[in-house]
Design a protein around this ligand. Structure first.
Ligand code: URA
Length: 422
């Protein structure tokens, strides 16, 4: 095969034959196909799309580029969740121990944040001592004993995707449904979970701004799961407003612990419960009383055991910021809009996120929302508190928040958080 032929085929809008596509991915993994060639191919896919069967082959070839884990022999059902990413999305933290409280294993291999969406591992690393890297044996033992593991994905899973994703990031080729779907699903299928629930987000703070595109992405990924024998469902969920009241790292852990203690913001609880129900239904427990496990401490117990197993201290004080700045209401009224993307960007500029993969994050940096859309406020009332280690960061964060929220006379229309199930 020849890379230029494969690129030309896709450039001219034709389907790439299965053997040629498998060769292309394999040769790229072996560094025989150059980054420049793969970038041209990715752009051709972005512009011309892929047929269902091509996406399936692409996903399969990326899985075949690395190891495939197996949890056979665990003696428990396995089910995982993946979110396409959002602002204030800490749902994995309460969700994994909640589902594990029902005797199901949740092998949650996670990543770090890049850009305005946070990473689950960054959040958990706010907890003193907590360790993201586990060996396969440690992971297996923790799944058997506790049920919930949130840890770093090893470099052996879908290495073709690792290279390709980094390349797409710098060539304007991230926003292609065939590439996103094959990227996410290759990692999740290689991880060896039996079942998977996808939280596919739409709106300002999501990858997919448009609900129609999010639906197509969800359908594509659900079909890829089914093709590989992974029982997969998806929820389409709203990401126009940040989830919960905390955007950052340590503050998101704090909010997750509130949910595990039976409290927490209504939207975070709603989504955690909805995803837990989906996961438990796929694991054969459609009637599990999820709310009861939050209310009676079973989920909290699983959380504490999960954190301790990875050397974290669940009772330790979380990092607190050196500097804070509070934005207050200029007028009385009703909060009509809190726009996810600019709040994500502002939190990122405060140090909660990173600009380059090798940068550290500031665990205490971020934003706490004192109000959400629909709340009535008096003039001068605190709206948002920005936190950072250096007050010099506030100016650029406040720039990002310019026009990102509104106070109006009337309550805004509220759409559902969970729009539909696929
Ligand atoms: N997340 C991924 O893992 N891959 C993509 O392509 C997009 C989001």
């Amino acid at each position: 095969f020849d890379a230029v032929d494969v690129i030309r085929t896709k450039r001219d809008g034709r389907a790439v034959p299965e053997d040629a596509l498998r060769w292309m991915i394999d040769a790229y993994t072996r560094e025989y196909v150059a980054d420049s060639q793969m970038a041209a191919f990715a752009m051709a896919v972005l512009l011309n799309g892929m047929e269902r069967d091509e996406i399936r082959v692409m996903t399969d070839a990326m899985i075949a580029s690395g190891e495939r884990m197996s949890f056979a022999g665990l003696g428990k059902r396995t089910v995982d969740k993946h979110s396409t990413g959002g602002v204030g999305d800490k749902i994995t933290l309460p969700l994994a121990p909640l589902v594990a409280a029902f005797g199901v294993a949740v092998p949650q291999l996670s990543g770090r944040g890049l850009g305005h969406t946070g990473g689950t591992l960054d959040k958990l690393e706010s907890i003193p001592g907590w360790r993201a890297a586990l060996s396969n044996d440690e992971m297996f033992a923790q799944l058997q004993g506790i049920g919930a593991v949130i840890c770093a994905a090893g470099s052996g899973l879908a290495p073709a995707d690792k290279r390709l994703y980094a390349l797409r990031d710098v060539t304007g080729t991230v926003e292609a449904i065939p590439l996103i779907a094959s990227s996410i699903m290759s990692k999740k299928i290689a991880e060896g979970t039996e079942a998977l629930v996808l939280d596919v987000k739409f709106g300002s703070g999501a990858f997919m701004k448009d609900v129609g595109m999010a639906r197509e992405l969800a359908r594509t990924m659900v079909a890829l799961g089914a093709d590989s024998g992974v029982a997969t469902t998806a929820l389409l969920t709203d990401m126009n407003t940040p989830l919960g009241r905390a955007i950052g790292n340590a503050n998101e852990v704090r909010e997750s612990v509130e949910v595990l203690a039976g409290g927490g913001p209504a939207d975070v609880v709603e989504l955690t419960v909805a995803l837990a129900r989906e996961m438990l239904a796929l694991a054969g427990q459609p009637d599990a009383d999820v709310e009861a496990a939050l209310a009676d401490g079973r989920a909290m117990d699983a959380w504490r055991r999960m954190i301790i197993a990875q050397d974290g201290d669940p009772d330790a004080a979380l990092p607190t910021p050196r500097e804070t700045h509070t934005v207050t209401a200029p007028t009385a009224g009703i909060v009509s809009r809190v726009e996810a993307l600019p709040f994500g960007v502002a939190a990122w500029r405060l140090g909660a996120g990173r600009a380059r993969a090798q940068d550290p994050v500031v665990h205490a940096a971020g934003i706490d929302l004192h109000v959400k859309p629909g709340d009535e406020v008096a003039a001068g009332q605190p709206l948002f508190t920005l936190s950072a280690d250096d007050a010099a960061r506030f100016e650029r964060a406040l720039d990002a928040l310019h026009g990102a929220w509104e106070i109006d006379d009337a309550a805004p229309p509220v759409g559902p958080l969970v729009l539909e199930r696929i």
